[in-house]
Design a protein around this ligand. Structure first.
Ligand SMILES: [Zn+2]
Ligand SMILES: [Zn+2]
Length: 234
């Protein structure tokens, strides 16, 4: 079956994520939009994924734990995992290997960790939206070792997009899927980047505000409604 997805959503944990992006609000918005699956992809962290997954437990919504990792090249890669354990194992490496810059809340806002009641349980005091010292090839291997998917994020965008930074999609690692921005004109993008025709492509919202979450407009094939099946479909 074809299921409606939005596979790039930030929560209140991301410095640029609006404080309305709480676990319950995200799940309720995704249900309101009749999405079948979403992925939680905060900058360099998966610490709010569990709360969102718990909020969705009794709903018809699959929540995939993910992390939007910034590589040493300053490229954003959406990494999606089948289990929270795999995501957390990736997170431990990122925590050791990201720049530690104190968060200026006046500029970036708070980076909040919440439980499934939208209660603040903790916060992160170092700015999360920073580069790690992990290069693209190494990140690919680390994600593969954890059975995850490695998807260059918003490749059509100048900021932190793989193509704008490297000039093209590299031959290695073995990239199969790329993410396009919600508002990307795909035909114009492919005319400009004809080599991208060989990659599987899908659009995602990169939502930092509730109203950014996709409508039923991006579909992937899945045998059944499960995280594994959605990841296989991608
Ligand atoms: Zn990004
Ligand atoms: Zn993002």
């Amino acid at each position: 079956m074809e299921i409606a997805v939005d596979l790039h959503i930030h929560t209140v944990l991301s410095p640029c994520g609006h404080e309305d992006m709480t676990p319950n609000n995200i799940v309720n918005m995704a249900c309101l939009k009749e999405l079948d699956a979403i992925a939680i992809t905060d900058h360099n962290s998966c610490l709010n994924a569990e709360a969102v997954m718990m909020c969705a437990k009794d709903k018809n919504l699959i929540v995939i734990p993910g992390i939007e990792v910034e590589t040493v090249e300053e490229v954003h890669i959406v990494c999606l995992f089948e289990t929270l354990e795999d995501a957390r194992s990736m997170q431990e490496i990122i925590d050791e290997r990201r720049l530690k810059i104190p968060l200026n809340e006046n500029i970036f806002g708070r980076q909040l960790i919440m439980n499934h009641h939208d209660e603040i349980t903790d916060s992160v005091s170092d700015l999360l939206a920073v580069a790690t010292d992990i290069d693209i090839d190494t990140l690919y291997e680390l994600v593969r070792e954890r059975n995850g998917l490695f998807i260059p994020a918003h490749v059509d965008r100048p900021a932190n997009g793989l193509i704008s930074i490297l000039g093209a999609i590299p031959i290695t690692p073995d990239i199969r899927v790329i993410e396009l921005s919600k508002n990307c004109d795909e035909q114009a993008f492919l005319t400009k980047n004809p080599r991208c025709k060989k990659y599987k492509r899908y659009k995602a919202s990169d939502a930092h505000f509730l109203w950014d979450v996709l409508e039923r407009e991006c579909f992937v094939h899945a045998e059944e409604l499960s995280v594994r099946s959605v990841l296989q479909g991608i």
